[in-house]
Write a protein that binds this ligand. Structure first.
Ligand SMILES: C[S@@+](CC[C@H](N)C(=O)[O-])C[C@H]1O[C@@H](n2cnc3c(N)ncnc32)[C@H](O)[C@@H]1O
Length: 207
C-alpha cells in the first residue's frame, strides 16, 4: 500500500540532480525570454520576484495544453512571466498584465517592444481596482488567470475572480467556465505548513 503522499527527495543532492535533469529534458524557452530573465537578474534589486525559467517552461506548456488564448496576470514586475504567457497564447492571443509600479510597467513595456512582443498590455495601478474596471468592461473572459502579486491579497484576488465569474448566469465573466486560476508561491517555501524554527526559511523569508 502506498502512503498518502511521498516525500519528494531524500536529500538536497538528489533534489538538485532531479531539478537539473528535469530542466535539461524540458522544452526550452525561446532565447529572448532567457535573455530577459538574465538581464533582470543582473540589473534588478528584486530579481527573485520573477518566476524561474523552469517554472516559465511549465507555465508555457500548461497554457498551450489547455489552449489558452486570453490570459490575465496579476503582478507583472518587469514582464518576464508575461512574455512567457505571450509566447503560449501566440500572436492571435492576448495577455493582460496588472502592475502596481509604473516603473516596473515601463520596463515591461520597453522589453515587449525590444523583443517584438505585441500581444500584451499592462494596466498600471492597484490590481484590486484594475480587476474591478476590467470586469465592468470586459468583452471576452480570460481562459487562465495567474495570481503573482502581493501575497496578503491572494484571498481578495481569488474572491474577486469568483465574484466576477458568476455561475449559471449569462452575465459577463472575467474567467470563462472551465478556466483555470494559477497562483504562485502557494506553499511559500514550506512556511504555510511549517512556520517554526525547524524551517530555515522562517528567518530569511518574511511572508
Ligand atoms: C512577484 S512579482 C511578479 C513577477 C512576475 N509575475 C514574474 O514572474 O516575472 C509581484 C509584482 O506585483 C506587484 N504588485 C504588488 N502589489 C500589487 C497590487 N496591489 N496591484 C498590482 N500589482 C502589485 C509588484 O509591484 C511586483 O512587481
Amino acid at each position: 500500500m502506498k502512503e498518502n503522499y511521498t516525500q519528494l527527495y531524500p536529500n538536497e543532492q538528489v533534489a538538485t540532480a532531479v531539478g537539473d535533469y528535469a530542466l535539461a529534458h524540458s522544452t526550452k524557452l525561446p532565447q529572448h525570454l532567457l535573455d530577459h530573465h538574465a538581464w533582470g537578474v543582473e540589473t534588478q534589486d528584486s530579481p527573485n520576484y520573477m518566476i524561474s525559467p523552469f517554472q516559465a517552461e511549465f507555465q508555457v506548456w500548461f497554457a498551450k495544453a489547455m489552449g489558452a488564448k486570453r490570459i490575465l496576470e496579476i503582478g507583472t514586475f518587469i514582464g518576464f512571466s508575461t512574455m512567457g504567457w505571450a509566447k503560449a497564447v501566440g500572436p492571435n492571443g492576448h495577455v493582460t498584465g496588472l502592475e502596481f509600479s509604473p516603473e516596473y510597467a515601463q520596463i515591461a513595456r520597453e522589453s515587449f517592444a525590444k523583443y517584438g512582443v505585441t500581444n500584451t498590455e499592462i494596466i498600471v495601478g492597484d490590481a484590486r481596482e484594475s480587476i474591478k474596471s476590467l470586469a465592468a468592461a470586459l468583452a471576452e473572459p480570460y481562459d487562465l488567470i495567474f495570481i503573482d502579486a502581493d501575497k496578503t491579497s491572494y484571498p481578495t484576488y481569488l474572491s474577486m475572480i469568483l465574484e466576477y465569474s458568476p455561475r449559471g448566469s449569462n452575465a459577463p465573466r472575467i474567467l470563462r467556465p472551465g478556466g483555470i486560476i494559477l497562483a504562485d508561491n502557494i506553499l511559500r517555501r514550506g512556511l504555510v505548513a511549517e512556520r517554526t524554527p525547524a524551517n530555515p526559511c522562517l528567518e530569511t523569508w518574511k511572508v
